[in-house]
Write a protein that binds this ligand. Structure first.
Ligand code: ZN
Length: 272
């Protein structure tokens, strides 16, 4: 294959060797792929910007025997606003992590690529947690895991209860009659949270800012979506857990503004 070009998002960036980075790219045409960015940890490297987490760039890659190498990266968008905002950068990390565990290498997902790019752009203006929740429900839908949120996943009857059991194993919500006494893994949702989740899937993405939730709904929905995704892909979502810990700290402390530059700690440095 030699040299090839692709436009892609950097969804993971890990230190590699003495001065390199191993990037996970999500490409519009080729889906997920891994490539080495050589020498980018040297202070004067011209390729630093293109190896940055969440950067959207045009990449020129060399197809190697074991790993592809980045010859050149021309950034189109660096999402610089993520740098100074911990909540936004955690939501971006949550999106990137879900995309990473939910997709297979070398398989194109053009709709998911567009959704991910749109999601990152939306983080600039909108509530990052709402963007994260909408992204999750929509990406699960693209991947064939749309949860049943209107009818009981077992008997198909419309859900009328005020508190509803959400069971990832069963693929959605379970009505009071079907729930019975059997032990199931899941989470309880209020009728309001359930209605909100349906809106997150159906509303025009550009109008997400019209949706309003309260802290209780936010917690219920994000916890349920994390649990659902972890059950589906059988993997822990580390940045999601980090996000919920941050939310708890935020509730217990006054004067939080989230303006901490934590981006460098989110790129997987030092892990694995
Ligand atoms: Zn039922």
């Amino acid at each position: 294959m030699g040299v090839y070009q692709t436009d892609a998002l950097v969804i993971r960036s890990r230190e590699y060797g003495e001065s390199d980075r191993l990037l996970t790219l999500f490409s519009r045409e080729q889906g997920k792929l891994h490539a080495v960015a050589k020498g980018v940890r040297k202070p004067r490297s011209k390729q630093r910007a293109g190896a940055q987490l969440f950067t959207y760039a045009d990449f020129l890659l060399y197809h190697g025997k074991t790993l592809d190498t980045i010859n050149q990266a021309s950034p189109k968008e660096s999402f610089a606003f993520l740098w100074g905002d911990l909540e936004k950068s955690l939501a971006a990390s949550a999106i990137a992590e879900l995309l990473d565990i939910g997709t297979l290498q070398g398989q194109p997902y053009p709709e998911l690529f567009s959704l991910t790019l749109a999601g990152l752009f939306l983080l600039e203006q909108f509530d990052p947690a709402i963007v994260q929740a909408a992204y999750t429900l929509r990406s699960l839908t693209y991947l064939g895991y749309r949860p049943k949120l209107s009818e009981c996943a077992e008997c198909g009857r419309p859900i009328k209860e005020n508190r509803i059991f959400f069971s990832p194993e069963d693929g959605g919500v379970i009505c009071g009659q079907c729930l019975g006494d059997n032990a199931r893994l899941g989470r309880w949702l209020s009728a309001g949270s359930l209605a909100f989740m349906r809106q997150l899937i159906s509303v025009d993405l550009a109008k997400l800012d019209r949706l309003r939730w309260n802290e209780g709904m936010k917690k219920e929905i994000l916890t349920s979506l994390q649990f659902l995704s972890e059950q589906i892909f059988n993997q822990r979502l580390k940045s999601w857990s980090m996000g919920s810990r941050l939310a708890n700290v935020g509730q217990n402390q006054s004067g939080k503004d989230g303006h901490v530059d934590e981006r460098s700690n989110l790129d997987g440095t030092g892990e694995d």
